[in-house]
Ligand binder design. Structure first.
Ligand SMILES: Cc1cc2nc3c(=O)[nH]c(=O)nc-3n(C[C@H](O)[C@H](O)[C@H](O)COP(=O)(O)OP(=O)(O)OC[C@H]3O[C@@H](n4cnc5c(N)ncnc54)[C@H](O)[C@@H]3O)c2cc1C
Length: 561
């Protein structure tokens, strides 16, 4: 009997599996079933089509069914949902018939979570924003052309991208998020930095909030009522919430699952059911760092997992060993990126870690258009192995996160970073790249007695009863203080005059030093350290980070010096 591979799902993982299976095996029959009329389009591009950044809808349609048939000899069944799988008989059922398989690849993706909202069933003025059909509905409902007030529920990757793109075309956009910060997979400080970008661009952001009810008149949304009591005028509601794996069909056949319903797969993408593989948003991913099955649905993993499943189903041998939550998102002129484990995950794992936070220029100050980059790196306190990083900035964030992601896979320590031979020329980076600086600062902290204090740490010290037992020294030049203000209760001692003023300071009490970004604070901390001060801290990220995170500042003038 001829061998047959059946693939369920035709968007990312499915077509990737199909094409790879054909490349591995020219003789096997390959059937792909997709319940809609579309295959292989770029969901990731949908937000950018709303603003016209991607000008033509057709650009989203990456591979056609015709190409899969002609080039890869795949028998594509569009508009034919698979309604049952019978593993014991190696058979699937659709409304049109039954089909035998030798190997089955399950790539049915996930479905969005829709929370209970009063009156949502009274209107059609809402949709998710995940499929091409939903994109078409958004356009047909005149969201792009006519509607003015758009509310988005969920400030994850999709919600934030959609918010940006609708704002770009002049909409009045409100984002409502249940978590305490936008983009909650990131540490809260990075969420707060991002929120300030959204609000600076005129997007209304509500965190710790959800939508309880909508007011509908004649079938049209008029208002959105929030859990905090606020009422937001709205013409349309877009859902940007996470998804639940579409796995009911395999769950009922006894496949091993994660608690959220994702099908457990090994590195060959095999499920616990014989001859059934799974990949993409319906499947688990091995978290390479924790060694546990995890769930972080992304297009990149769907493609890699689909490729491995296709190869193995066709008789080849390919592995998708896993990933570690690397992600990136554009937020207007800024980029936010992450890789690996961040403080929240590390605390949940009870893992001892240290972090280094720096603000470094993307390119040298002498080269035009240099931008600040906020970079925090997390590493094991004992082995100093790099565990994760988060980066926010306007230029070069993508490159640095990928360098650190590569360092994680290579098991590098923070002390290896200064030895990386990174390319340097002024248009691309400073002579000391931010990744190298993160390594230097981490190394200095290891070798010297000075310590870094975070904005949160300093803020809680200043609010605590013991704050008078510290001295807080601003080592910037007075002209900078006059322009930008200073932190309450700090004294200004210009770095270049610090040595002349040591006698007025108390060597015995904890001393916190700060400058604009951290470098001069570090030099100041070392001067104090080398002059016998007992307990010296440098404010990581300096005054710039303090201010960007919305902390209290006071104005300064030469008179109140
Ligand atoms: C707006 C948006 C932006 C995104 N941006 C990014 C990004 O920038 N980077 C990134 O890495 N990821 C991004 N993603 C995530 C990425 O698109 C998904 O992780 C990826 O598409 C998942 O692929 P998949 O094949 O597993 O599932 P899906 O893409 O969900 O495909 C599953 C397919 O299976 C079909 N199907 C389901 N049930 C059946 C059935 N019973 N019978 C037949 N067919 C069935 C569905 O119709 C669907 O076509 C984004 C997602 C969205 C929605």
């Amino acid at each position: 009997m001829d061998e047959t591979i059946i693939i369920i799902g035709g968007l990312s993982a499915g077509p990737s599996a199909a094409a790879k299976a054909r490349r591995v095996n020219e003789n096997v029959n390959i059937l792909l079933f997709e319940k809609t009329e579309y295959i292989s389009y770029a969901t990731c591009g949908i937000p950018y089509s709303l603003s016209g950044t991607i000008k033509k809808r057709d650009k989203l349609l990456v591979v056609s069914a015709g190409l899969l048939r002609d080039r890869f000899n795949i028998d594509v069944h569009l508009n034919e949902p698979v309604i049952d799988i019978i593993p014991s008989e190696h058979k699937i059922k659709t409304p049109l018939g039954e089909y035998q398989y030798t190997k089955l690849i399950y790539a049915a993706g996930s479905s969005p979570f829709i929370p209970p909202i009063n009156n949502l069933d009274q209107t059609k003025d809402w949709t998710n924003c995940r499929t091409i059909e939903e994109y078409d509905k958004i356009v047909a409902d005149k969201v792009v052309s006519e509607k003015e007030n758009i509310t988005i529920l969920g400030a994850g990757l999709i919600g934030v991208e959609v918010a940006e793109n609708l704002k770009e075309i002049g909409k009045n956009v409100t984002v409502v998020e249940l978590a305490s910060t936008v983009l909650s997979p990131w540490d809260s400080k990075f969420g707060n930095l991002t929120e300030s970008v959204l609000t600076d661009h005129g997007i209304h952001v509500f965190t710790n909030t959800t939508i309880d009810e909508i007011k509908v008149e004649n079938g049209n949304i008029k208002e959105v009522w929030l859990s905090n009591g606020d009422v937001i005028p709205s013409d349309y509601l877009l859902m940007g919430l996470g998804g639940k794996p579409n796995t009911a069909m395999l769950a009922s056949k006894g496949a091993e699952m994660l608690r959220n319903g994702a099908i457990k797969v090994n590195a060959k993408m095999e499920t616990s059911l014989p001859d059934i593989y799974a990949a993409g948003d319906c499947a688990s991913i091995m978290n390479i760092q924790t060694g546990e099955h995890d769930y972080f649905p992304m297009g990149t993993h769907a493609n890699k997992g689909g490729r491995a499943a296709g190869a193995n189903a066709a008789g080849g041998e390919e592995y998708f060993k896993g990933a570690y939550r690397t992600a990136i998102v554009k937020v207007f002129e800024y980029t936010l990126a992450r890789t690996g484990l961040n403080p929240r995950a590390l605390k949940m794992m009870n893992q001892d870690f240290e972090s280094t936070f720096i603000v470094a220029p993307s390119t040298p100050g002498f080269y035009p258009n240099s931008k600040d980059m906020f970079l925090e790196i997390y590493y094991n306190s004992n082995t100093r192995k790099i565990l994760g990083a988060e980066i926010f900035g306007e230029k070069g964030v993508d490159k640095r996160i990928d360098v650190i992601s590569t360092a994680i896979l290579g098991n590098l320590t923070v002390d290896d970073l200064p030895n990386l031979d990174l390319a340097y020329a002024p248009p691309y980076s400073p002579a000391k790249d931010p990744v190298i600086v993160a390594g230097f600062v981490s190394g200095d902290k290891g070798k010297n007695k000075f310590q870094e204090i975070s904005v949160d740490g300093l803020s809680s010290i200043l609010r605590s009863e013991t704050s008078e037992k510290h001295q807080l020294i601003d080592v910037r030049a007075p002209i900078e203080l006059e322009r930008q203000g200073m932190i309450e209760s700090s004294i200004n001692l210009d770095l270049d005059k610090l040595r002349d003023n040591l006698s007025g300071l108390d060597k015995e009490i904890p001393t916190i030093v700060y400058c604009a970004r951290g470098l001069r604070g570090y030099i100041g901390a070392m001067i104090l350290e080398n002059n016998g001060f007992k307990n010296v801290y440098n404010l990581g990220g300096g005054f710039l980070t303090w201010k960007k995170l919305g902390m209290e500042i006071k104005s300064y003038s030469f008179e109140n010096k």
